[in-house]
Design a binder for this molecule. Structure first.
Ligand code: 6R9
Length: 809
């Protein structure tokens, strides 16, 4: 049925229209009747595969009766699921919903448009359940809410038993001591301390490679590598990977790198990056990977802080068409750090002739050395340095509220057990999977879920060097088809940008559709073929999708689910942080229904609590600050060289808890909805508003592609809401549209949340990992243009200039 040029869907007797961009628009029932009566209906356009299915819909509902806030319950062991005696307070029960009665015609594939629009038309996001198929659940590692609850209950009631059973699946030269976990999580009781498997002697590299090879995986592909240029690729089996890791490990030992020494790695996404990380782990050295997009200044800051024995880099890399001269950046950084008294004696440089010729690479004799000239000469076996579970594995710098980056320190045993387990369950990993995570190893996601988590499971991992939209926006799906990728893990920002690139195509679809009605679609269909960025690829191999890095707004979630995953693949929206080492709140894809935009429930052993500003736990349906009660194996142990800052930032704000810095809402069914960093919370006339909430409302407008909201000083309200808005391609800026956007927010959140200013933004200032740099937006909003700070880490620094030019438009 067509309504107002939109495609109309019905579901649960609620009518929604789908606009040209695939977004939902509520439609009053009367309008539909009118539209149909006026001849707007054209049947049959909809097929509903589920209408005939006899499967029932189960709604997982946790009992979240709102309880009185009890200040005394902070320090006992109860959480959302357990009572004060540690019994399962929260009974899970299944509310049985007869799908055949409630699922009307209207959900399902629309044959001619080949778009999939399913399960979107529900009254509110909270009730918008997307269920895994029965086939998926049947084969899943955790296949039901009951199985999850049983395992979760054990992980909380008997964490030592739960985690030591899992840890025993790994190789330990010597088993850990009496205590599986030893912690002080409360600053009031002294120094914060987290230790897991202390006294246990192991090695993560050994567990990733040697152990898997001994188990018969020597010939299995460990790493596929896809270059920036289509056609440039390679692969390494587990045995080949071990050989190369050993050669690098032997070289590092030869130049004097010892257990506990730091090594800075500044490499692009080539196999040599995980190889170097594993080589460091093998000899007990502490790697500190710096994303090869950071400026010389940032790199120098990190070199000065951790004083590495060597820096490992590459002469240059191509991302898209752009060559980036990494060695020049390293040279400048090493010069800078020398001024601060920290000198680097060895710089190992991988020769990447595709991006830059050897002879064009600037060279410092005596310090610089070509990777290819030395590494192949070293033996391909190397004895393992056995380390304590609490010896450091790596340092990863992450930005804090001050200018000085924080060196997040992770140790060996707990991190190993935790990343492996989270990977297995959150992605429902099976040995036949081909896994691709688009993150760079310069971020925590690349540590835990490109390198360690997957390799510990003996998985086949794809490493992609290039830009996701090079040579066009179909590259990701081309790669998925080429390698038969079955698990695809990415960031919402990538989802949105690929979704946006598809917009032009959708306008064309609308045109094609109109012409189709006139029965002359053939030629236009042929034309449409080459620009259908997603649907021209099969993507049949995909089984599980994943999202990380920021809240995924429901419309991006739906596009990811419906278009990329063909409404087949559950999405694991994994909430976690550099500090947490691994997933904290995440769907287990076969176990329960998802809600678009919600990270759902805690992983095993994780006790999330929501507290108010006084640090009082709030139960049931609520919003507040997200904290974690009790430690988990993957937690970071300190900030390198600054344990005090560690305690002040994470453990002092709410004594007795780890404070995540994120806001969170728990809905009536117990689902967790991350609302963004609390430093991004705006307080307007006493109303606390998450920037992510306003952004989500703005992007639900059909003509808004992306939005970023910051607070600005406001004479009357304290803070005002300032929204930067990127429109869908080719939509012109207009006063009417501005009003309409404000109205959308008023409607979705309330008048108090209406933006005071809409600032048109052709693009938003993002880091190369895709995070919006709100610091810059705040300065632009406040017109403090001389205080913009370092913009060199932006993916496109020009964006800032454009925004300033549009300030008063
Ligand atoms: C893994 C990673 C951590 C911050 C975190 C939160 C945001 C990450 C999220 C998410 C909502 C998710 N975040 N995953 N917010 N839903 N699924 O990104 O680590 O770079 O340290 O960032 O990212 O705000 O506090 P990191």
């Amino acid at each position: 049925m067509i309504y107002n040029n939109h495609i109309l869907l019905t579901y649960n007797n609620i009518y929604r229209a789908v606009d040209k961009c695939g977004r939902m628009i509520p439609v009053p029932y009367n309008s539909i009747v009118c539209a149909a009566a006026a001849g707007g209906a054209r049947e049959p356009l909809f097929r509903n595969p589920s209408a005939s299915a006899s499967a029932s819909v189960y709604l997982l509902q946790f009992n979240c009766n709102r309880r009185r806030i009890n200040t005394n319950n902070r320090r006992n062991n109860n959480n959302n699921f357990m009572d004060s005696n540690n019994n399962m307070r929260t009974e899970s029960y299944l509310r049985h919903v007869d799908s055949r009665k409630l699922m009307p015609n209207g959900a399902g594939h629309i044959p001619h448009l080949k778009a999939v629009i399913l399960g979107e038309a529900l009254a509110s996001e909270e009730d918008d359940l997307v269920l895994p198929s029965k086939e998926f659940s049947d084969q899943a590692n955790v296949h039901s809410p009951e199985q999850y609850m049983e395992m979760y209950k054990r992980s909380i009631e008997d964490p030592d038993g739960f985690w030591s059973e899992i840890a025993s699946q790994f190789y330990w030269k010597q088993k850990w001591g009496e205590k599986v976990c030893d912690e002080n999580f409360d600053v009031r009781d002294g120094k914060i301390k987290i230790e897991w498997f202390k006294g246990g002697i192991t090695n993560v590299c050994y567990n990733c490679l040697d152990r898997n090879i001994e188990a018969g995986l020597g010939d299995k592909v460990a790493l596929y590598w896809e270059g920036n240029e289509p056609g440039l690729d390679g692969s390494l089996t587990y045995s080949q990977l071990l050989n190369q890791v050993c050669q690098v490990a032997n070289y590092l030992k030869d130049i004097g790198v010892k257990k506990g020494d730091a090594v800075i790695v500044y490499l692009p996404m080539i196999n040599e990056l995980p190889i170097t990380m594993l080589a460091c782990a093998r000899i007990g050295a502490v790697h500190s990977v710096v994303f090869a997009g950071f400026s010389a200044e940032s790199l120098a800051q990190r070199i000065t802080d951790c004083k590495p024995k060597a820096v490992i880099t590459c002469n240059a890399v191509r991302r898209g068409t752009k060559p980036i001269l990494l060695k020049d950046i390293v040279d400048a950084a090493i010069n800078d750090s020398a001024k601060d008294g920290v000198s680097v004696d060895v710089c190992l440089v991988y020769d990447n002739p595709v991006a830059l010729k050897r002879e064009d690479t600037k060279w410092t004799q005596g310090r610089d050395i070509w990777w290819q000239d030395v590494i192949p000469k070293y033996p391909s076996t190397c004895p393992v340095e056995w380390v304590d579970a609490e010896d450091p594995l790596f340092l990863l710098y992450t930005s804090g509220s001050t200018g000085k980056p924080k060196g997040v320190l992770h140790t060996t045993g707990g991190y190993m057990v935790y990343t492996a387990t989270t990977f297995k369950y959150a992605f429902d990993y099976k040995p036949s999977d081909i896994y691709w995570c688009t993150a760079d190893c310069g971020w925590i996601t690349g540590h835990s879920y490109v390198t360690y988590g997957p390799l510990l499971n003996g998985a086949t991992v794809l490493v992609y060097e290039g830009a996701p939209n090079y040579p066009d926006a179909g590259r990701c799906w081309d790669i998925v088809d080429k390698y038969k990728v079955s698990i695809f893990y990415t960031a919402p920002t990538l989802v949105r940008s690929l979704m946006r690139d598809g917009e032009a195509v959708r306008y064309l679809y609308a045109l094609m559709f109109t012409v189709y009605l006139c029965e002359i679609d053939l030629r236009i269909n042929a034309f449409g073929f080459w620009i259908r960025y997603v649907t021209r690829y099969s993507r049949k191999s995909l089984r599980v999708l994943g999202s990380v890095g920021e809240p995924i707004n429901p419309s991006a979630w739906r596009w990811f689910y419906n278009v990329v995953g063909d409404s087949r693949c559950p999405i694991s929206d994994t909430w976690w942080q550099t500090e947490t080492g691994g997933f904290m709140i995440t769907p287990l894809p076969g176990a329960w229904a998802q809600k678009p935009g919600s990270a759902t429930f805690p992983f095993f052993g994780i006790q999330p609590v929501i507290v108010d500003e006084k640090g009082v736990e709030i139960d049931g349906e609520c919003s507040g600050y997200l904290c974690i009660k009790k430690s988990w194996p993957g937690a970071f142990r300190t900030l390198y060289g600054d344990h005090e800052r560690y305690e002040t930032t994470y453990f002092k704000p709410f004594a007795g808890y780890y404070f995540s810095g994120d806001g969170c809402r728990r809905d009536k069914d117990g689902y967790h909805w991350l609302t963004g960093r609390v430093d991004d919370v705006i307080n307007v006339s006493g109303h606390r508003i998450g920037t992510a909430e306003v952004e989500s409302a703005l992007v639900s407008h059909p003509q808004c592609a992306e939005a970023a909201v910051v607070g600005v000083e406001h004479e009357v309200k304290g803070q005002g809401i300032y929204a930067f808005v990127t429109l869908v391609d080719s939509v012109p800026y207009s006063e009417d549209l501005r009003k309409d956007l404000i109205l959308t927010v008023r409607k979705q959140i309330g008048a108090f949340a209406a933006p005071d200013k809409i600032h048109w933004a052709p693009g938003l200032p993002k880091t190369r990992s895709g995070k919006i740099m709100r610091r810059i937006l705040r300065k632009i909003a406040a017109r403090q243009l001389d205080e913009l700070g370092d913009t060199s880490t932006l993916a496109d620094p020009n964006v800032v200039k454009q925004l300033i030019e549009l300030s008063d438009s």
